[in-house]
Design a protein around this ligand. Structure first.
Ligand code: G3P
Length: 220
């Protein structure tokens, strides 16, 4: 399972990278705005800075919502770095754009996916990744993990090469359950990734080991 971090914060990206487990980064316009990044030049410079930190796929989302606009914007984003994956919303124009990018050798992440039907269309258009938003489904009392399971079944039935990128991951259990269900990738906040480390028996066990070592050293 690949681990992506879902942020545009360079410090957090560096922390995850330093841990040695990071496979890529996802961003979206809200995450860029949260970091105060605005304007075409600043956004492009920020994507380059992210690509300098991580040797893995970096999703960069188009702002345009019409086909021509998405194509123009996506080509500029893809030219920024070999690791850029153009992120496109799952609309009719978005699916057309995914097909165009696929036919022109540009990798895509089809985002804002909330149903298996949307994922199926994106896969048929040749998307590199589909991003089902599991946390936002849970937010409205739907079952985000069930969507991952459905998409896994469909993609396996027909051997689609499109990878399932579980997005809107909020906590450690989302990560573990996505791993059990066979999501290819998860993208989540640093807190959810670091949360996987936590176990009181690890802390207690380490404290005991160190105390025993110190005691033996004192007695020697
Ligand atoms: O990867 C999608 C993500 O950015 C959305 O997450 O937590 O805003 O639902 P969230």
């Amino acid at each position: 399972m690949k681990f992506f971090i879902d942020t545009a914060n360079l410090d957090q990206i560096r922390q995850a990278q330093d841990l040695g487990i990071l496979d890529g980064v996802t961003t979206n316009p809200s995450l860029m705005a949260k970091e105060g990044i605005s304007g075409e030049a600043a956004v492009q410079a920020h994507y380059r800075a992210i690509c300098d930190i991580v040797d893995g796929d970096v999703s960069a989302e188009v702002i345009a919502t019409d086909f021509d606009g998405m194509i123009a914007e996506g080509q500029i984003l893809a030219d920024l770095h070999d690791n850029i994956v153009v992120k496109v919303p799952c609309t009719a124009d978005g699916i057309k754009a995914v097909r165009w990018f696929t036919d022109h050798g540009i990798r895509t992440n089809c985002t804002l996916i909330f149903s298996a039907g949307q994922a199926l269309l994106a896969a048929k258009a040749g998307a590199t990744y589909v991003s089902p938003f599991i946390g936002r489904l849970d937010d409205i009392s739907a079952d985000g993990l069930n969507l991952i399971e459905q998409i896994r079944t469909i993609f396996d039935n027909y051997e689609f090469g499109t990878e399932i990128l579980a997005a809107s991951v909020r906590h450690t259990m989302h990560i573990l359950e996505c791993a059990e269900l066979g999501a290819d990738v998860m993208t989540g906040p640093l807190s959810a990734i670091m949360g996987l480390l936590k176990h009181p028996l690890t802390d207690a066990g380490l404290a005991q080991f160190l105390a025993d070592h110190a005691k033996a050293a004192a007695e020697a």
